[in-house]
Design a protein around this ligand. Structure first.
Ligand SMILES: Cc1ncc(COP(=O)(O)O)c(C=O)c1O
Length: 305
């Protein structure tokens, strides 16, 4: 079956969604993007895009930082996304990748006089890292780029060169992923996901001022931990050695979902197995994203009428 993407105002066949080689975003990484998941609910025979408006609000904010004028409102983005998913007739878990990009065909890095383009790609998608027993990770010897260099708060294409270096070194050193420190040596997040620790029955996570992407899953975790599990989240700076002595640790993100971390720098976290808080959160999270928890159905945008 032909798959379609949305490109600069039109639904086009995926194979025809191409950009010229002189495109500014290709030459300089001047794009901002989102990763959204849609989940297939077998019982309801419905595809639900999870927290789509929050993702589109964020792409508009990322674009603002990069002098981009979003061509659509959040509502318009959601309508286009629904139409695209339905056109592709997806009946399984799906990934949606909107990219706002600098479209000028020119050499020279300036963002001025540089028209903005928009592409939304979609594809079927399963687990991000398939390791149900938990991840063994390291603290990366690369540092996260800082707010005054390439702001992690904005999901900027070019800043994922930092992520790529982090991910590649972790892989070549035999780890599943990494935890990244900032220039001050404080814990930020994973390569492309936020990080939570469990300490004495409370969740601890990096504050939004400490060079992280302000994750939508991070917010989902804080809300469901509070409302359903009665767990408080403390947002505060985290030092490296706290990682080693926490009771539990897990990553979260749209792609990653909830990923338990069971070993950091060759030290077991807790017993070195998935802890009870992480396990329960994982279960609740999968129910929430599939639209199975009435309180949070508001986060699930149905695709089929
Ligand atoms: C660097 C980084 N941090 C965190 C996240 C998690 O963000 P979200 O939960 O909004 O997908 C992502 C994934 O998009 C990411 O790339």
């Amino acid at each position: 079956m032909t798959e379609y993407y949305f490109m600069n105002g039109e639904y086009v066949e995926a194979s025809k969604a191409v950009i010229p080689v002189r495109t500014h975003a290709f030459l300089y990484g001047t794009s901002v993007f989102e990763g959204i998941r849609a989940y297939w609910n077998t019982d309801e025979k419905q595809l639900y895009a999870f927290r789509a408006p929050e993702h589109y609000d964020r792409i508009i904010r990322s674009g603002k930082i990069m002098h981009m004028q979003s061509p659509y409102t959040t509502q318009e983005y959601c309508d286009i996304t629904k139409k695209l998913l339905a056109k592709n007739n997806y009946k399984e878990d799906t990934y949606i990748r909107p990219t706002l990009y600098k479209k000028a065909q020119r050499v020279g890095p300036g963002l001025h006089d540089n028209e903005d383009g928009l592409i939304i790609m979609t594809n079927k998608m399963g687990a991000y890292i398939d390791k149900p027993e938990g991840l063994k990770v390291c603290v990366s010897n690369w540092r996260r780029n800082s707010d005054n260099a390439i702001p992690p708060r904005a999901k900027i294409g070019g800043s994922y060169a930092n992520t790529a270096l982090i991910k590649a070194d972790a892989h070549y050193s035999g780890f599943d992923d990494a935890i990244v420190l900032d220039e001050q040596g404080l814990v930020t997040e994973g390569s492309a996901m936020n990080l939570f620790l469990v300490q004495n029955g409370k969740l601890v996570t990096t504050p939004v001022s400490d060079n992280i992407l302000v994750g939508i899953t991070r917010n989902t975790v804080i809300e469901i931990a509070h409302d359903i599990m009665g767990l408080e989240t403390i947002e505060r700076p985290i030092s490296r050695t706290e990682l080693y002595i926490s009771d539990e640790a897990f990553y979260c993100g749209t792609g990653a979902q909830i990923l338990p971390v069971t070993n950091i720098d060759h030290r077991n976290i807790g017993e070195g197995t998935i802890g009870p808080v992480t396990k329960e959160l994982q279960k609740i999270y999968y129910d929430v994203v599939q639209g199975k928890v009435p309180k949070y159905k508001k986060w699930c945008m149905p695709v089929y009428d």
